[in-house]
Write a protein that binds this ligand. Structure first.
Ligand code: SAM
Length: 178
């Protein structure tokens, strides 16, 4: 997804969850931040943004604090966040690692914080491995970690290439029970 998102307006991309994002200044973690357009945009809005991304070559843009971190451990990422974004990357987490990954994320969401997923379905790329991504799975894991789903948005693909490939998206928004 991230390659297809290059050049698109980050504000427009985040529009489906605008109402769930905290008011600046807040602490936000972007997990699997890619080249950081979303993280940069949120930094410019006045947020304190940590971009967790295991590919060091992507650590380019100014604004977020870059950390070479990967799920499920997220080593080097400390504290709690008012919002955690998991945008178009959950399909890269092998199912065996997902319970630990969800537990790590749930533990890093502040009281009254939000955990926002963008889950991609279909349109398997042939240049990298991805795993199936049923929405029920992170919701069930989140529930086991004391979180509840407060919104579930299903926006249309913004990219014609994705619409042609019949890619669909689910954006579940989770809230801690603490
Ligand atoms: C499809 S890109 C999405 C990038 C960005 N979130 C976006 O939506 O534009 C997936 C990103 O997840 C990162 N990634 C892959 N496995 C990861 C892991 N185990 N933990 C954290 N990030 C990972 C990749 O390096 C890549 O930057």
């Amino acid at each position: 997804m991230w390659a297809a998102w290059r050049g698109l307006d980050p504000a427009a991309l985040l529009a489906p969850v605008r109402g769930h994002l905290p008011t600046p200044p807040a602490r936000i973690l972007d997990v699997g931040a890619g080249t950081g357009q979303i993280a940069r945009h949120l930094s410019l809005l006045g947020h304190d943004v940590v971009a967790g991304e295991p590919v060091a070559a992507f650590h380019g843009v100014a604004g977020p604090a870059w950390v070479n971190a990967r799920l499920p451990e997220l080593d080097g990422i400390n504290g709690v966040f008012d919002a955690i974004l998991v945008l178009g990357m959950w399909q890269h987490i092998p199912p065996i690692d997902r319970p630990a990954a969800l537990a790590r994320l749930a533990g890093a969401v502040a009281a009254r914080g939000r955990l926002i997923f963008v889950l991609r379905h279909g349109g398997v790329p042939n240049d990298r491995p991805i795993w199936s991504n049923p929405v029920e799975e992170p919701l069930s894991l989140a529930n086991s970690n004391g979180m509840i789903c407060i919104d579930r948005i299903e926006p249309r693909s913004v990219q014609p290439v994705n619409r042609a490939a019949r890619v669909t998206w689910t954006w579940p928004v989770l809230h801690g029970r603490r």
